[in-house]
Design a protein around this ligand. Structure first.
Ligand SMILES: NC(=O)c1ccc[n+]([C@@H]2O[C@H](COP(=O)([O-])OP(=O)(O)OC[C@H]3O[C@@H](n4cnc5c(N)ncnc54)[C@H](O)[C@@H]3O)[C@@H](O)[C@H]2O)c1
Length: 243
């Protein structure tokens, strides 16, 4: 059984790939730039753009020649911030192409393999921004809401085939994507929150490590979660008050 992880080149996806490898699960690590996982024992690095259906289908064919994909983790994502009134068409299209359509491409290609086998697990790393409005992040939040609801709906379609589909919704997590949002004060402003931006802080008082998110992914992918599907697990230190 192979775990296919998209967006595995850095950040959360890399932590997920390393966590599976540490458990002895062979990992196919796919990314536009997979350098961060090259040459790790148990991990095979693949170059893919999840926005391109043909590339994704070819990747799944290639990985399946080495063994069955038992787990798909959709982690690839992009964040392009900006007020809606100033937001460019290209930024909207690119955001949806990766965050929503990319999840569809990978899930469809892998589900086609899993259905005849009557087994498999899909976990999509979405965002807590899918559940609460975020100023300056409308496109991102909408794309993540699409990914979340797609994954849950897929879980309903595939339940009869013994395939579980779940979502992990991270809050602020220490990765290159997150650090691009920090000011000179580092993560302090993110942890404190910003009432003027209608943004609550993080009650647990810390930014997540990528491994915190990987732990939730590995649990949902494991047999210990065998009765859990269509679930949306927030790993955000309480930032969204689970609203
Ligand atoms: N870091 C956070 O605070 C945070 C919070 C909530 C949700 N998330 C989500 O978690 C996921 C991982 O985020 P991260 O913080 O590790 O981000 P990151 O930017 O550090 O890493 C994202 C990875 O995805 C890859 N990628 C981007 N577009 C791709 C494409 N079209 N095809 C293949 N690979 C592609 C990048 O090359 C990169 O390696 C994303 O979906 C992100 O939206 C992150």
């Amino acid at each position: 059984m192979i775990a296919l992880v998209t967006g595995a080149g850095q950040g959360i996806g890399r932590a997920v790939a390393l966590a599976f490898a540490a458990q002895g699960v062979p990992v196919a690590a796919a990314d536009r730039d997979p350098k961060g996982v090259e040459h790790h024992p148990g991990i095979t690095a693949h170059v893919v753009d999840v926005a391109d259906a043909r590339q994704v289908d070819a990747l799944v064919d290639e990985v399946e020649r080495t063994g069955p994909i038992g787990v798909l983790v959709n982690v690839a994502g992009v964040l392009r911030t900006g007020a809606v009134v100033d937001y460019a068409d290209d930024d909207w299209a690119a955001t949806f192409a990766v965050n929503a359509t990319g999840v569809f491409h990978a899930s469809r290609a892998v589900a086609r393999r899993m259905v005849p086998r009557r087994s498999g697990v899909i976990v999509t790393v979405s965002s807590n921004a899918a559940g609460v409005p975020r100023a300056g992040m409308a496109a991102y939040a909408a794309s993540k809401a699409a990914a979340t609801h797609f994954t849950k709906s897929l879980g309903l379609e595939l339940a009869r085939y013994n395939i579980r589909c779940n979502v992990v919704a991270p809050g602020s997590t220490d990765t290159p994507m997150q650090r691009a949002l920090w000011t000179d004060a580092g993560p302090a402003a993110v942890i404190a929150g910003d009432p003027a931006a209608f943004r609550a802080g993080i009650p647990l008082g810390r930014i997540a490590e990528p491994e915190d998110i990987a732990d939730a992914v590995l649990f949902l992918a494991s047999d210990r979660a065998r009765h859990i599907t269509m679930h949306d697990l927030y790993v955000d230190g309480g930032a969204t008050l689970r609203a």
